[in-house]
Write a protein that binds this ligand. Structure first.
Ligand code: PEP
Ligand code: MG
Length: 356
């Protein structure tokens, strides 16, 4: 057993010594962050913040949704800020001076608002409160046919004034509290540089006021963002490829339905050997990534580039990320060893062909 552990350790340290790709984790809790460190993660490449608004905090989200005045909205945000600050403080502590990319909230609304049917039933009963009735009206108003293509990410940040600012302030305050913290702020679902510019300006102002330094960057997960990467890079210090959404939007497949719907028939019939949600589709999604890398670096040669979709932990996709010149992959903590190993193998394949 000991021998085996030692052999695996030797292989991993060899992979680490040759690989060019950094390996980070997708982690949104202090536990995940600690696990990521144990598996050799060199930072967090994606800290999703959506789940931080669930559980007991749903009440505050409801207050936000129901706010009909600027004061009421700000009061709901003010109540959330210290909770968010505590979330980020714990994660910075767990990462012990390694970079932490925090993605501002990107909730598909259907996962966060109360279920419309449940609420309708409740409102139809005698015990319903005025709040239930107002909530039902709000949920109906916000209902979308395609929530994954709807009011998410940067769109939500632009539509609800103060939401992103609250998160940025919480990140900055948390970073001040943890010596050596290295926050990076990531804006999701950007399709056009104009969306990014206005969020960036607000975030940069808050960082300057608090005296905290943080990179500000964006996910590249909408095809238009990849195609206009030269412009987007003017407002971003880093790109992280969100290949889950990028695959969905490039193929026009719904992420939520792909497993159960027609796509499994494609796999059964052998039309495709593997799902593009598992292994990066080099011809389509990969082509968009290549364009974005080239265009982004033409605007900003030191643009930092990573991937944080599920593909970041898939062996074949890790090779692609190496070939296309990304700086790091980010994946689930449990896939970090595989990513380290494959990043090493990709680097060795390079040097083999160099000497041929
Ligand atoms: C992605 O789209 O690839 C991504 C990492 O973001 P999420 O899965 O949270 O949409
Ligand atoms: Mg996404």
């Amino acid at each position: 057993q000991d021998e085996l552990v030692k052999a695996v350790d030797r292989i991993m340290s060899h992979a680490d010594s040759v690989r060019r790709l950094g390996v980070r984790a997708n982690a949104d809790t202090p536990d995940d962050a600690a696990r990521a460190r144990r598996f050799g993660g060199q930072g967090i490449g994606l800290c999703r913040t959506e789940h931080m608004f669930l559980g007991e905090r749903r009440q505050l989200v409801e207050d936000l949704v129901l706010a009909s005045t600027d004061e009421a909205r700000q009061a709901a945000l003010d109540a959330l800020e210290p909770l968010q600050k505590a979330d980020f403080t714990e994660i910075f502590r767990a990462m012990d001076g390694n970079p932490v990319t925090i993605r501002l909230i990107d909730p598909p609304l259907h996962e966060f608002l109360p279920d419309i049917v449940d609420l309708s039933v409740k409102v139809a009963t005698d015990g319903a409160t005025d709040k239930d009735r107002r909530l039902l009206a709000a949920v109906k108003r916000l209902h979308e046919q395609n929530p994954m293509l709807g009011l998410r990410g940067v769109r939500l940040g632009l539509v609800i004034p103060g939401l992103f600012a609250m998160q940025v302030r919480a990140i900055a305050q948390a970073a001040k509290e943890v010596p050596g913290a290295r926050p990076e702020i990531m804006i999701p679902l950007v399709a056009a540089v104009q969306e990014l510019e206005s969020v960036r300006e607000e975030a940069a102002k808050i960082l300057a006021e608090t005296g905290v330094e943080a990179l500000i960057g964006t996910m590249i997960e909408v095809p238009r963002a990849a195609l206009t990467a030269a412009q987007i890079a003017e407002a971003a210090e880093f790109f992280s490829f969100g290949t889950n959404d990028l695959t969905q939007m490039t193929w026009g497949f719904s992420r939520d339905d792909v497993e159960s719907a027609f796509f499994s028939r494609y796999l059964d019939q052998g039309i495709f050997g593997v799902s593009p949600f598992e292994t990066l589709d080099r011809e389509g999604v990969g082509r968009l990534i290549r364009i974005a890398v080239e265009e982004g670096r033409s605007t900003r040669p030191d643009l930092h580039l990573g991937i944080c979709g599920e593909h970041g932990g898939d062996p074949d996709s890790v090779h692609f990320c190496h070939d296309v010149g990304l700086d790091y992959v980010s994946c689930s903590p449990f896939r970090i060893p595989v990513a380290r190993l494959e990043a090493g193998r990709a680097a060795l394949t390079d040097s083999d062909s160099d000497t041929r």
